[in-house]
Ligand binder design. Sequence first.
Ligand SMILES: Cc1ncc(COP(=O)(O)O)c(C=O)c1O
Length: 389
Amino acid sequence: MKYNFDEPVVRRGTSCVKHDMLKEVFGTEDLLPMWVADMDFKTPDFIVNAVRERCNHEVFGYTFAPNTYICAVLNWFQSHYGIESKWNKMHFIPGIVQGIAFVLQAFTQPGDNVLLTTPVYPPFLNVPHRSGRRFVNSSLKTVNGRFEIDYEDFEEKAKGCKVFILANPHNPGGTVWTAEELRRIAEICYRQKVLVISDEIHADLTLPGHHHISFSKVSDEAYHNSITFFAPSKTFNMAGLASSVGYVPDPDVRRQFFNFLDANELSLGNLFAYVGAEAAFRYGEEWRLQMLDYIQANADFAIDYLAKNAPKVVAMRPEASFLLWLDFNAYGLPHDELVRIMIEEAKVGLNSGTDYGRDGSGFMRLNFGCSRATLEEGLRRICDVLRNR
Ligand SMILES: Cc1ncc(COP(=O)(O)O)c(C=O)c1O
């Protein structure tokens, strides 16, 4: 391995949400942070060096998306997702959550219904709610340790909704949806006139043995009825640079969305967003593959550790990303008590399952995008407090 993912990195004191907001969120700083979905690894050297090099120029004026950035994005999208190389179907977006909010503004009105499948990444619930939209929820089923959509319920709930927000791959379950699953989602949403937002931020974190399929590729219905968001931010640990891309293949959907973005002056990224993304997409493949091997080994380690030391905890084996959805329901604890035990006794900062929707009661999400030593310490703390329960 060329890169060292075991290297400890001190992140405290950098205004990073994961390490520096513990007091605000959990009420104490004395926790091992295993929550916010970024990794504790160093952002790779080729990204850091590209940013450094740009700093040497010493003028940070207004900047448009450079051609070298556009070429790097298009090459990556073509080679990794099989998406056609046309920048006119794409748009720079700062962050994907912002992108989702922009779609809701452009395609829905306050009071409109937005479809979700829960449990799901909390901003999918919060963004519609805070902007006066109502979310309609279809619960995911767990089948053979993996999330599945209840299509009958999904179609029933889709009726009267304007937009469906899909996490592809899924957060918190790490589910890599199959072509057949995506096709069925596309078919139902097309029939019910529900525009699909496919959030593919975790796509490049698809673990060995699984294959990410970009939503718009699965059928004509998907192609003509979707907006897809991609970003290098999770994969290359550069979320702070706020650099994402929206892809809209259908001309009518595209016109409506891009007009909204342009009318609201949302088309300019910041200078370092372009520099970082270009470096990630130009030079990142070797680092990405090594990081994925490390992450896969972390997932195996965590699942094995829990099976040996806290066998009542059920971990959903992720097919993508560095997040572990843990089911503690066998302990029969009220959810608030589970949260209290993790904070006050185990002293680990996990995400509370109920933030992902009501289906998340009795669940916690653990971020294993860290060194093996940190992961082992977090698991040890969790298992120790569960031992006599
Ligand atoms: C599914 C999903 N979408 C979006 C984001 C955040 O994206 P951004 O930082 O680009 O807004 C996350 C971060 O955890 C995520 O898991």
